[in-house]
Design a protein around this ligand. Structure first.
Ligand code: MG
Ligand code: FE
Length: 193
């Protein structure tokens, strides 16, 4: 056993440095795992918020249709992320997901308090899509940094959908707002949702 020990020292130039590298690599993967869990919770929050919006919208069919389309996309994103979590051996955090759902519920209730709900909702939607864009952009960087190209590729596919939704909301926000103003000035018309 003595010769083996001597050989270890001879082969590894600096055992402490190798140990540090090992710890750093593990930490990077753990960060990525945390962020993937966060993304999964974020998509559950997204589904809750989008569903609440779609259910309440009555007088803005174009906006409602785009939201319904994005609910389907969001469910697809959830299963992509669930697949990544499984492949990477990540346990899903029930607590975090629950936290996201409660936050989404709070935001839904908050939006209902305003008379200009459709405008505030479209604005909040745009903000949320941009949070998603930032999250996936960061995730792609993290996945590439640890060499998980499958995760990077999957996140790039999701990112395309988030950018499209954000662009649609920004592009249609003036029309949505104008339609709201017309309805709110017309007696007998409900403008709120
Ligand atoms: Mg999403
Ligand atoms: Fe989205």
């Amino acid at each position: 056993m003595q010769p083996a020990s001597r050989m270890d020292t001879a082969c590894g130039a600096n055992p402490n440095l190798r140990l540090t590298e090992k710890i750093m690599a593990t930490t990077a993967n753990e960060h990525l795992n945390d962020w993937l869990r966060d993304a999964h919770a974020m998509e559950q929050q997204a589904e809750t918020m989008l569903t609440a919006q779609a259910e309440r919208l009555e007088h803005y069919p174009e906006l409602r249709a785009r939201i319904v389309q994005h609910i389907e996309e969001t469910r697809g994103q959830q299963s992509i992320l669930a697949g990544i979590l499984t492949r990477r051996g990540i346990e899903n955090s029930v607590l975090k997901d629950l936290g996201g759902k409660l936050a989404a519920f709070g935001q839904g209730v908050g939006g209902m308090m305003t008379s200009d709900e459709v405008v505030k909702g479209a604005m909040a939607g745009y903000v949320f899509e941009n949070l998603e864009i930032a999250s996936y952009t960061s995730l792609i960087g993290a996945a590439n940094a640890v060499g998980d190209t499958a995760t990077a590729t999957a996140c790039e596919q999701i990112l395309v959908q988030e950018k499209a939704m954000a662009a649609w909301l920004l592009e249609h926000l003036p029309q949505i707002t104008a339609a709201f103003l017309v309805r709110s000035e017309t007696p007998g018309l409900d403008a709120k949702v």
